[in-house]
Design a protein around this ligand. Sequence first.
Ligand code: GLC
Length: 555
Amino acid sequence: MRVTDTSDLWWKSAVIYCLDVKKFLDSDGDGVGDLQGLATRIDYLAQIGVTCLWLMPFYPSPGKDDGYDVTDFYGVDPRLGTHGDFVEVVRTAKDRGMRVIVDLVINHTSDRHPWFVEAKRSVDSPYRDFYVWRDDPPPKNQQNTVFPGEADGVWTKDEKSGQWYLHSFYEHQPDLNVANPRVRDEIAKTVGFWLQLGVSGFRVDAVPFLLEVPEGAEMANPHDFLRDIRRFLQRRSSEAMLLGEVNLPYEQQVLYFGANDDGQELSMQFDFVAMQRLYLSLVRGDPAPLISALTARPELPVEVQWANFLRNPDELTLDQLSEQERQEVFEALAPDERQRVYGRGIVRRLPPMLNGDPRRIRMAYSLLFTLPGTPVLFYGEEIGMGENAEIGGRAAVRTPMQWSGEPGGGFSGAPRRRLASRPPSDGYAPEHVNVADQIEDRGSLLHFFRDLISRYRISPELGWGRFDLIEQDAPAVMAHSLTADVGRMIALHNFGDSPATVRFRLEGEPEGVSLVDLLGAERVDVGEQHDVSLELPAYGFRWLRVSRPGDGRLT
Ligand code: GLC
């Protein structure tokens, strides 16, 4: 790996920051965040060290699924701004060293999308075949949607024609028929359109559903479709990437990288498995569940990458844990039924789940940045925002960004009743948790993030390196190293609530090797036999750069 590789495959050492424009900053006082507001906060994001913005859907939408119900793939929601404003955001972000990726929601449209409106007009409509229909009623025990309880099943009757249309998600989100070449053309044009406006890639929504081919349709291998999108993307922009949402076991995820086939598919995938097992580890004070995921990860080609995250805009899904494990996490982190949804997930943010314990919160984020892969943050994590339990459902974690200590958090000047969402009023209210206060406070979580990210950015081995567990005998500690040809980093994390002594031998290192503590000023002694022994406080963590004589690295 050359240093130039890290700029070609930039997303392998990026810091991705997901935000909802509607909830970020309202510049015109209508209660809804907008692109102009976001543009004025690009410097803030650059100062944290964010290198890539992921914008959640900002397209025209009736807003029944927070913008994931799109009525125009090529548009901008007029409340959020114009294409001109969008280009200004992208341009300013680029100037501050940040790329922009956008959500690509092409599994379905809103039922108010002109294609669906047209499709429903008549069975002979040229748009009819943009969607998936069946003549016969679905079986009585038809398949559930992704949101159990929100609809009777995945098929809903269109009263006019008597046919049934498919929707993997809400009833108001009819699935597009990707077996139709005209649909595939529109998707390619959508990709081309946003690339032309300057984006560097896409977060691809609901990929496995997108690739489901309707019964009876002719499409030999749906993965060909994903490969086509990827080929098209790369033809238009060599730097562009696809970050896919594929919440499946590893054996199946591999297929979506295209790793078993010739041709490339997704460049990155969220690691839902490791995320879920990480929570189990936090709850148990035992790194073993997380380790079992990391060691089970399949081998991947160098061009692809895992995206690690602790929270995202959705429920914290626990669907890949066993029933018993899920209950264990529920009881510890979401004791109240109202904090759970769909029988599988938690609608809380991380700090309240960890009872606001700064040691645990910082340990969790330190871990996130040292897991092999690329970290993805959800807006507000850098200041430790909590959820608004009064809102309920997934919207509880999608509250306005808290810029200042005013009751509305400085998000908007609009009266409370017009706000796109409301901040919490408990201990996580803006008066307790906000950017302005934390900027002033060197000991704040915000400064912790800045420090962490600045060290992460000078340590590309974190994103590129080979993962190895280091043998040591403190059971509550995970000791691992990431090794690339640029160098090696050792990370120690204590999941336990009591101090631990970590002893290990630095294998395979030359004489004169030393360890540089990247997060503190302390030196770490390496004994003659390369034996290391150090103390970690409860929930303590260390980042140790392996410094070899003459390796010329600046710390
Ligand atoms: C994805 C999104 C979720 C959305 C759904 C339907 O799972 O993450 O927020 O509701 O797709 O588009």
